[in-house]
Design a protein around this ligand. Structure first.
Ligand SMILES: NC(=O)c1ccc[n+]([C@@H]2O[C@H](COP(=O)([O-])OP(=O)(O)OC[C@H]3O[C@@H](n4cnc5c(N)ncnc54)[C@H](OP(=O)(O)O)[C@@H]3O)[C@@H](O)[C@H]2O)c1
Length: 297
């Protein structure tokens, strides 16, 4: 029996996108500022192409101009860096996103380092990760972690003192989520592939964020009754009829019987990631022009 509240990521993302749309209109009318986001796609990875197309559509829907740059899979690293330098200098471009992963001849680190931190709407540049880690103002918060925090705050009235368990320690998801929850005064534990007694660690958590990339790994009896469960995982699995479908890192049906609130996959964290990308583009543009960013979402 489903007792948990199902956190509707699509509805929340629509709310954020609505506030972004208003902000974009106000910046255009009040400051003659036309927002632009550049998205760089290298190679022909099918999933990446879908993500880039969706980001382009989301930009248009919000009134943000989208500049798409598609480069061949065998492009040289120096050519990517030259493109980034051009985008850094381009006044029409307020945000730059390079779709990962990149082909093996190109260092993702070198490319991310080359992006102007002020235009780094993914929040992956070392300056932004450093600002997030030490808690200074002006960090660009990575989109997926930022979306997770918005969802958690809608469901947990007071985060101070809550036990949070972040399962997964990647630089782009696990670590920034942990930083954000720590900044909200949660007591944060990070778990990973070497963690002992993982189920016990999870069971202690009032807030459980799963970002491992292992289909349905978090079982129902790993979840504390009433906990808020955020499932970041996106895993494609085969179905009995020979097709495929997307599932998260959490056994959703089991979680829905024990958690207080849980995000579905799809329709949970994914839509919030795109909404937060648009939000970050507004924030980046405002900071570049010395305008106070509006509250969004
Ligand atoms: N919804 C979205 O918008 C969105 C955005 C980004 C990512 N994702 C999804 O989120 C998931 C995680 O992404 P990521 O980029 O963070 O992945 P990643 O870089 O592969 O990191 C996975 C993390 O999970 C840990 N892990 C793996 N197997 C484990 C196990 N059996 N027990 C405990 N920990 C384990 C790893 O531990 P070690 O560090 O010890 O190896 C690592 O820290 C993926 O499914 C990805 O597709 C979704």
């Amino acid at each position: 029996m489903t007792t948990a509240e199902i956190i509707d990521g699509r509805r929340l993302a629509d709310e954020v996108r609505g506030t972004v749309r208003n902000a974009v209109r106000n910046l255009k009318d009040g400051h003659q500022l036309d927002l632009g986001l550049a998205v760089v796609l290298v190679g022909d990875d099918a999933a990446s192409a879908v993500y880039v197309r969706n980001k382009g559509k989301a930009c248009e829907d919000s009134g943000i101009r989208s500049f798409e740059h598609r480069l061949p899979a065998d492009v040289r690293e120096e050519d990517v860096l030259t493109l980034i330098a051009g985008l850094n200098a381009d006044d029409r471009v307020h945000g730059i996103l390079v779709q990962l992963p990149l082909p093996p001849q190109i260092s993702a680190e070198a490319v991310i380092d080359a992006i102007d931190p002020a235009k780094d709407v993914d929040g992956f540049h070392i300056i932004n990760t450093g600002r997030l880690a030490i808690g200074t103002a002006g960090a660009m918060v990575p989109c997926t972690p930022g979306g997770c925090l918005i969802m958690i705050k809608k469901h947990v009235a007071d985060l101070a003192g809550q036990r949070a368990l972040v399962l997964g320690r990647s630089n782009i998801v696990g670590k920034p989520i942990a930083q954000l929850l720590l900044a909200e005064n949660c007591t944060v534990t990070m778990a990973h592939s070497k963690t002992r007694d993982l189920a016990d660690e999870c069971r202690r958590a009032d807030i459980l964020v799963a970002a491992v990339g292992r289909p349905r790994m978090v079982a129902g009896d790993w979840i504390k009754p009433g906990a808020t469960v955020i499932d970041v995982g996106i895993n494609r699995v085969e179905t009995e009829d020979g097709g495929t479908k997307l599932v998260g890192d959490v056994d959703f049906n089991a979680a829905a019987e024990v958690a207080g609130a849980v995000t579905p996959v799809p329709g949970g964290v994914g839509p919030m990631t795109i909404a937060c990308l648009l939000r970050n583009t507004v924030i980046a543009a405002c900071r570049q022009k010395g305008i106070e960013p509006p509250a969004m979402g």
